[in-house]
Design a protein around this ligand. Structure first.
Ligand SMILES: C[S@@+](CC[C@H](N)C(=O)[O-])C[C@H]1O[C@@H](n2cnc3c(N)ncnc32)[C@H](O)[C@@H]1O
Length: 184
């Protein structure tokens, strides 16, 4: 077990991390950029879901900063264990639970955020992005980060039948995309 500190706007977060989870020694640059970009937009949002939460960085920082409850899901048991501990550690309301994509998700959310598992393959990534629509409230928003060299442009094209996608920022090859459902 190791811990990583992160500061945003004067608030210090502590994340427990461990072997076998994504970016175990430092906060991932893309995840950090995603969180900072969302917060700059000052979103109005009552709840959110972090898909593929790892140890919980994205959902926990957004939950604390926006003062809203968050749900965190991952297919990896160790990640869910750490995310549960990190919710408690950082005093954020919410829960972390096991779910293969949305298999155990029953609620709807104002926002879904993800740094998707590129290593799991395009099929899984597209399923996470496309099926987010079924778990978003009307006017809900999906946010994601994918790098240019991971095929972000073709992924955006493949979901353009259901979302209006906007690249909000590009930095060091990371694209932060906001997707709103076409019928929003
Ligand atoms: C790129 S990592 C992001 C982790 C974390 N959100 C962060 O920013 O540090 C992607 C995560 O997706 C999870 N994942 C992979 N396949 C999944 C699936 N089928 N359903 C849910 N989560 C999955 C991985 O275990 C991993 O934690």
């Amino acid at each position: 077990m190791r811990s990583i500190d992160f500061e945003n706007n004067g608030v210090v977060f502590t994340f427990f991390s461990d072997l076998g989870v994504f970016s175990k020694n430092h906060i991932d640059y893309g995840s950090k950029l995603l969180v900072e970009t969302i917060l700059k937009q000052q979103p109005v949002c009552q709840n959110l879901l972090d898909v593929g939460c790892g140890y919980g960085f994205i959902g926990i920082v957004l939950g604390k900063s926006l003062n809203i409850p968050v749900d965190l899901i991952d297919v990896n048991k160790r990640a869910v264990h750490l995310a549960t501990k990190n919710l408690e550690q950082n005093k954020v309301e919410g829960r972390a639970y096991l779910s293969d994509i949305y298999s155990n998700v029953t609620e709807k959310y104002d926002m879904i955020v993800t740094n998707p598992p590129i290593r799991a393959g395009k099929k899984v990534v597209l399923q996470i992005l496309r099926e987010a629509k079924n778990h978003l409230n009307s006017n809900g928003t999906l946010w994601f980060v994918i790098r240019k060299d991971q095929g972000v442009k073709s992924i955006m094209k493949e979901i353009s039948d259901i979302y209006i996608n906007e690249v909000i920022i590009k930095d060091k090859g990371f694209y932060i995309v906001r997707a709103k459902t076409v019928d929003n």
